[in-house]
Design a protein around this ligand. Structure first.
Ligand code: HEM
Length: 299
């Protein structure tokens, strides 16, 4: 981790930059409420915001802390203490498993918000440009420390392991990468096969070999399974990109397969006992699906 002095050299941070930030410190106070309101509207763009900020209590706490961070951006002395505060924000985000991408993208919002307010107040003037340049440096420095603490925590775990453990970690990563590729290929293969199968079912219905009612329900069931497989594929891609896998999708696939079976059996009144058993199993799986959905949502 770089020291604050090193960071200042790397970002060509000067006394003038600190003065420029002080000049517009009123932004941090006058626009704190508008900033946080628009920031939170912006956060709704992320698919998993409610996963990380699930309830009003957490949101209120976070809003207060982000507001304070916003004010300090202009007022703080850029010293070792400030650096520690930024590092801690990164650590908290790491602890809750927040993807670094969220923070990086949010910083872009902050940049635009400040530029918009400065233009409103100062017009397009050389002074505004100079202040924006200083703010950009400050935001880049903030982002650098916040996001690097993510990587450094990972790096620390990696480097603190012995040579043998590191070789083991590397090999496990390679094997896991191979498994991921295999799973994606297998799922794509099954998906392609299903598309062919659906085409074949259409053909059977069109030539009259399969009654319309049975064929229609069969096609519906196969489309349902294709949909579940496509969900599994996107989940696997999310996993490769570093996201957490959702168990819900696996239960969803089982549910789709069961519903398909129920649809087909519903056309044979003589199999009513099998139909009841399958319906009860579907209901039980539905409850499990709902419970996982609730738990994952709360997480
Ligand atoms: C520019 C971007 C962001 C800034 C400046 C920021 C700032 C902060 C700060 C100052 C804290 C408090 C750290 C501490 O306790 O010392 C914090 C915690 C937290 N942040 Fe962020 N944050 C950003 C983006 C996000 C995003 C995009 C999310 C989620 C979608 C998020 C979710 C959280 C959560 C859940 C906590 C813990 C809150 C708690 O339980 O107290 N943050 N953040």
């Amino acid at each position: 981790m770089e020291t604050i002095e090193e960071l200042k050299v790397h970002y060509r941070w000067s006394k003038k930059d600190e003065e420029n930030l002080r000049k517009v410190a009123w932004l941090g106070e006058s626009y704190a409420d508008e900033f946080i309101e628009r920031f939170y509207n912006y956060l709704e763009n992320f698919r998993d915001t409610s996963l990380y900020l699930p309830d009003e209590e957490t949101r209120k706490r976070h809003k207060d802390k982000v507001k304070r961070w916003f004010a300090e951006l202009f007022l703080s002395k850029y010293d070792a203490q400030y650096l520690r505060r930024l590092y801690r924000i990164g650590e908290v985000h790491l602890r809750i498993g927040l993807p670094p991408h969220y923070v990086q993208a949010s910083m872009n919002f902050v940049r635009d918000f400040i530029a918009e307010k400065l233009t409103e107040h100062m017009g397009c003037s050389p002074e505004r440009d100079e202040i924006i340049a200083s703010i950009n440096k400050a935001l880049d420095l903030n982002l650098d420390v916040m996001v690097n603490s993510f990587r450094e925590e990972e790096l620390k775990v990696y480097l603190s392991s012995g040579k043998l453990q590191r070789v083991l970690i590397e090999n496990i990563r390679r094997v896991s990468w191979f498994f991921d590729i295999f799973i994606i290929t297998a799922l794509s293969g099954v998906g392609l096969f299903l598309i062919l199968w659906i085409g074949y079912e259409f053909f059977l219905v069109a030539t009259g070999e399969l009654p319309l009612e049975r064929g229609g329900l069969g096609i519906l069931g196969s489309v349902l399974i294709l949909y579940a497989i496509s969900e599994l594929l996107s989940e696997e891609i999310k996993h490769i990109r570093g996201g957490a896998i959702s168990i819900k999708v696996f239960v969803g696939v089982a549910l789709a397969a069961l519903i398909r079976k129920v649809l087909i059996i519903s056309l044979s009144p003589e199999k009513f006992q099998e139909l009841i058993t399958l319906s009860i199993t579907t209901l039980a799986l539905g409850v499990v699906f709902w419970l996982i959905y609730k738990v994952e949502g709360r997480r």
